[in-house]
Design a protein around this ligand. Structure first.
Ligand SMILES: NC(=O)c1ccc[n+]([C@@H]2O[C@H](COP(=O)([O-])OP(=O)(O)OC[C@H]3O[C@@H](n4cnc5c(N)ncnc54)[C@H](O)[C@@H]3O)[C@@H](O)[C@H]2O)c1
Length: 435
């Protein structure tokens, strides 16, 4: 049993804290947002993540997991302090490190004995050194010793608990190999591959991994755009490509493009790091351009089929940036809705879990209690998030309630021929002439 403190109770911090306590460690999760801590203390989840509630409840009951908003309650006596605060995009695309700096300062002020400070937030190369510098400067008076380790997080929202328990790999980076080896001990029960490298390389592995996955998505989206002109079906193309072991099938689904709290900001931040260091990150720029284009293409299909959006009603299925999460950060649905509204369309929307978050962020949208209700009276239905419950919709019911039977499948989850047989005008992404 080790004593662990996790700073930040978002998607990464809460999962990390809960899952480490599930391995028998004593964990305190800390957040500066008191309301989040109060909700957690009442047994409520501040985020939606499948399986997390059970892990949290089990470990709170066993008194291995506690919550606080006070650094003085969480930091003293901790052997390991994980930083898992947000690193959103700054104005020029750089990672905004204000929360990481604040966390490092607060840790430094509360530290009373040696601890290993582990950065799980996605941070630009060199941030581990800056965190160490903050701790050295502020800790001069107390003289308490520490080490800094980078431990980038690779979990995916929607399967984060599973990803923690069954990671493909754990990457650790430090200037002190012994400190990294001690963090590695925490992960030994997971029996996964553990790589120990230097601090900057570990930080870069995270950005390079996310940029590569985003590149695969933009690659297949570019192929989809070409397929559409040439009469080929990108779904079949991806399936055929994916059978090649050198290529694989993952992240080759054409659609409205990637969104969420990671890929957009991480690709941008990596490009920014390259640019300010005199590189020309042309591939990364193309990845971002293609991603923006995919949202525009869906909008173009709506306009083309409706003869313009003014005065029309558009139903949107899916608001979260992907299924199985309530996260709406940089979700494609938001850009699509905003532009359609600007062009004069009325929006009816439904999402199985992201509606409370979306209601706080979107104006003048009719939020509906289910997918069928959203489709009622609509001139077109746009599928933006591929939730399972949309996959086997009752099309007779949908069609009977729509004003015009038009479906724009932004995630290619339907069989075009089947919907056309049922009398719908169907457009997917990259699926033959006219898609
Ligand atoms: N969400 C993901 O899927 C994912 C995956 C891998 C890596 N990451 C990275 O992990 C980091 C966290 O991401 P997230 O999605 O969990 O963010 P989040 O916004 O969900 O959570 C961050 C939390 O940190 C808290 N916080 C901010 N400043 C604080 C401070 N000084 N002290 C204490 N708490 C503070 C916030 O209140 C918030 O609850 C980011 O760098 C992100 O890029 C995220």
């Amino acid at each position: 049993m080790r004593k662990i403190c996790v700073i930040g109770t978002g998607y990464v911090g809460l999962v990390t804290g809960a899952c480490f306590s599930d391995l028998g460690n004593q964990v305190v999760c800390l957040d500066i947002v008191k309301e989040k801590i109060e909700r957690l203390e009442r047994g409520e989840m501040p985020i939606y993540e499948p399986g997390l509630e059970e892990v949290v409840a089990r470990n709170v009951a066993a008194k291995r997991l506690a919550f606080t908003s006070n650094y003085a309650d969480a930091v003293p006596g901790a052997d390991f302090i994980f930083i898992a605060v947000g690193t959103p995009s700054g104005v020029d695309g750089e990672a905004d490190l204000q929360y990481v700096r604040m966390a490092a300062e607060s840790i430094s002020d509360a530290l009373t004995s040696y601890a290993i400070i582990i950065n799980k937030s996605t941070v630009p190369v060199g941030t581990g050194d800056s965190v160490a510098q903050i701790l050295i400067e502020r800790g001069k008076k107390s003289g308490v010793d520490f080490d800094v380790v980078s431990n980038p997080e690779f979990l995916q929202e929607g399967s984060a608990v599973y990803n923690f328990q069954q990671p493909d790999r754990v990457v650790l980076g430090s200037t002190n190999h012994d400190a990294a080896a001690q963090v590695a001990q925490l992960y030994l029960p997971l029996r996964c591959s553990i790589m120990i490298t230097d601090l900057r390389t570990a930080e870069m592995i995270k950005y390079a991994s996310n940029a590569f996955l985003a590149t695969r998505i933009s690659f297949i989206n570019e192929i989809a755009t070409i397929c559409e002109k040439l009469g080929a079906d990108v779904k079949e193309v991806a399936a055929g490509m994916g059978m090649d072991k050198r290529i694989g099938r993952a992240f080759l689904d054409a659609g409205v493009g990637y969104g969420g709290s990671c890929f957009p900001k991480d690709v941008k931040a990596l490009a920014w790091m390259g640019e300010i260091n005199g590189c020309h990150p042309q591939l990364l720029r193309a990845v971002m351009d293609i991603n923006r284009d995919m949202r525009r293409q869906v909008l173009a299909k709506v306009r083309e089929l409706l003869g313009g959006a003014r005065g029309k009603t558009v139903a949107i299925w899916g608001l979260a940036f992907k299924p199985n999460t309530d996260d709406i950060r940089d979700a494609p649905a938001f850009d699509i809705i905003h532009i359609l509204q600007m062009e004069g369309a009325a929006i009816r929307a439904y999402d199985p879990v992201a509606m409370p978050n979306a209601q706080a962020a979107l104006k003048q949208v009719m939020f509906c209690e289910n997918a069928y209700c959203a489709a009622e009276g609509a001139d077109a239905l746009v599928i933006v998030t591929e939730w399972n419950e949309f996959k086997y919709a009752d099309w007779a019911r949908v069609g009977a309630s729509m004003k015009q039977k038009i479906v724009i499948d932004g995630r290619n989850i339907y069989e075009p021929d089947k919907l056309r047989e049922l009398g719908f005008t169907y457009r997917g992404v990259g699926r033959g002439y006219g898609a």
